[in-house]
Design a protein around this ligand. Structure first.
Ligand code: NAD
Length: 325
């Protein structure tokens, strides 16, 4: 199988690419190498090398620099390669940044997604389009665990663009017969993330002797998902006929508090300081928690392997060994 990954040089995309290569599949990575983190705070280049080194060694995966906002070039590249499947991950993937840089979020997550769909429509070799959506499409969960058909009321620009991407994926499927799968990840963490999500910030702060700051008692819950499990879920969906024209939550399937996560870090790095503060008033985050993975388990045989304790142990070991700090 020849698989084309938009955003394939990213955190999740590179993990999917590595697994596909180990399964003997052909991988083409299309990526604009964009970073939205302040360069003074980011380890982007170091982590990118760690992330892509083994994937690109000996010409294993082909990397093409390109931007999904450039429709003509994207179509040309897709026509040159005629892949069997497209996994579309390229995005401005950080909700807080999407609210500030909403034009970029719209340009990439929404218009960029339409460009990818239009290109896929023109390339008949593509038998499956996989859209990386997000648990942020639900907004505040109406129950726990959240199921795929639960109400979708996103509360930020990012969630709005992801829900729009889902709707447009289905529009293209109905209009042009594109076969799709929509995947909703949540709070993915693990080696080489550079987007300064909460797990990365907490682990790096702990190593640097800076406090881990918990708001409102650290009782907000997230469905923390180890990146290897996330990548397994995407590939199971890619290879399963039962995933055709379906939507799946692909997460650990458990809601854990930020306090749980901070305390796990403290077990590994005992000198870690945890501070409790009031939440800043300027930012509203959705009330979330566990997502149901029952559908993915039943239809795809998805079986996430990493508890938060196991995943954090693996991530902390990576940070220690990598020498990135
Ligand atoms: N990491 C998570 O917790 C999480 C949760 C839910 C959904 N997602 C979704 O999964 C996908 C992958 O996320 P990630 O964590 O790997 O993020 P990431 O930032 O590590 O990867 C995204 C990649 O897309 C590339 N990209 C951005 N804009 C582009 C453009 N215009 N053209 C081509 N490439 C472009 C970036 O260079 C980057 O390599 C995203 O769509 C994200 O919204 C991630």
């Amino acid at each position: 199988m020849k698989v084309f990954l938009t955003g394939g040089a990213g955190f999740i995309g590179s993990a999917i690419a590595r697994k596909l290569l180990s399964q003997g599949e052909e991988v083409i990575i299309h990526d604009a190498f964009l970073s939205y983190i302040d360069p003074l705070e980011s380890n982007y280049e170091k982590l990118l090398k760690l992330r892509l080194g083994d994937i690109t060694a000996d010409g294993k995966a082909r990397i093409i620099r390109g931007d999904i906002r450039h429709k003509g070039r994207l179509l040309k590249i897709l026509r040159e390669h005629n892949p069997d499947a497209v996994i579309h991950l390229a995005a401005l993937p950080i909700s807080t940044v999407s609210n500030v840089f909403s034009e970029d979020a719209m340009g990439i997550n929404l218009n960029g997604t339409v460009n990818v769909l239009e290109a896929v429509r023109e390339v008949p070799s593509v038998k499956r389009f996989i859209f990386a959506s997000s648990s942020m499409v639900y907004g505040d969960f109406t129950r726990e665990p959240a199921e795929e058909d639960d109400p979708k009321n996103p509360i930020d620009v990012y969630g709005g663009t992801k829900l729009s991407g889902e709707i447009l994926t289905k529009v293209f499927a109905r209009q042009y017969g594109i076969t799709y799968t929509i995947i909703r990840p949540s709070a993915v963490y693990g080696p080489t993330d550079v987007n300064r999500r909460v797990t990365q910030i907490f682990v790096e702060n702990a190593f640097r002797g800076k406090p881990l700051v918990l708001h409102n008692g650290g009782l907000s819950k997230l469905d923390f998902t180890y990146v290897e499990d996330e990548a397994d879920g995407f590939i199971l969906a890619l290879k399963s006929k039962k995933a055709e024209n379906e939507t799946f939550n692909i997460t650990r399937g458990e809601g854990r508090t930020l306090k749980d996560m901070a305390e796990i870090i403290k077990k590994h790095i005992p000198e870690t300081k945890i501070e409790y503060k009031e939440a800043p008033r300027d930012e509203k985050r959705p009330e979330r928690g566990a997502l149901s993975v029952a559908k993915a388990k039943t239809l795809l045989g998805y079986n996430p392997k990493f508890s938060l304790e196991e995943g954090m142990a693996a991530y902390i070991a990576f940070v220690k060994k990598s020498g990135i700090l």
